[in-house]
Design a protein around this ligand. Structure first.
Ligand code: ATP
Length: 234
């Protein structure tokens, strides 16, 4: 579904991504692991159109989408839930969800809103509340729900569990699994490496802007170098 071939990306003169290649198969969950500053967010920005790679190619559903703008990619079915959630704090929960569907021209928006409220009862309960007054976990759910309102084929999740309490983290991973089971392909960036690999099918490890390991998630979970560097002993 998504194929990245040898992308290089930089901020000004500082090169961050060095010849990064990765693939996400339709229907799967793929995790990108890496330490702080490894280039995970930069990879997500490149895929979602927020940062133009200097070279290399990004293909989505067989089409070259390198260098397209975020709104163009959204229309093609690529939605990003950015690091730090970035919901609209001064808008209500309902308005946030409606914003997610702003570019849609179909007539299913109202019924999708209902479905979203069923899937996330806490958002239904708080639909008139301002986004900024929600707890961190609720804001993350809202950010994910808002992205799903765009009807993505590929959902990019950048550190969805960051800063959340363990029980809430478990909820978020459950939701990610459900979203995938209902047909959306997911690319996930996580520091919570063990939990992320447990829900995903395959993974990549980024170190200082380069892919240094890749494999099926169960192989990575049992790889002594990955355990040492990213998973810690249980
Ligand atoms: P984190 O978990 O800390 O977000 P990350 O793997 O997502 O880490 P990136 O945010 O992609 O890492 O950052 C990769 C490198 O690029 C880091 O060295 C960072 O300092 C640098 N960087 C990130 N954003 C910018 C920017 N806007 N301008 C300049 N340098 C940046």
């Amino acid at each position: 579904m998504l194929k990245i071939s040898g992308i290089n990306a930089s901020y000004g003169k500082i090169q961050v991504l060095k010849n990064v290649s990765l693939e996400v198969e339709e229907g799967s969950i793929v995790t990108i692991l890496g330490a702080n500053g490894a280039g995970k967010t930069t990879t997500m920005k490149s895929i979602s159109g927020l940062l133009k790679p200097n070279s290399g190619k990004i293909e989505f559903l067989g089409e070259d989408v390198t260098g397209l703008r975020p709104d163009q990619l959204l229309r093609k079915g690529v939605a990003l839930v950015p690091e730090g959630r970035q919901i609209l704090a001064g808008m209500t929960v309902l308005e946030n969800l409606e914003m997610g569907a702003y570019h849609r021209k179909d007539h299913d928006i109202a019924s999708d809103l209902n479905k979203m409220m069923e899937r996330f009862p806490i958002l239904k309960e708080r639909e008139k509340q301002l986004g900024g007054t929600l707890s961190g976990g609720q804001q993350q759910m809202l950010a994910i729900a808002r992205a799903i309102m765009s009807k993505p084929k590929l959902l990019l999740l950048d550190e969805p569990s960051m800063g959340l309490a363990p029980l809430v983290v478990a909820d978020i991973f459950k939701i990610i699994k459900e979203i995938n089971e209902s047909g959306t392909t997911v690319l996930l960036v996580e520091q919570n490496a063990r939990q992320a690999l447990k829900v995903s099918h395959s993974g990549y490890v980024l170190e200082t802007g380069k892919i240094v390991a890749e494999g099926k998630s169960d192989e990575l979970l049992n790889d002594s170098r990955i355990i040492e560097a990213y998973l810690g002993r249980k």
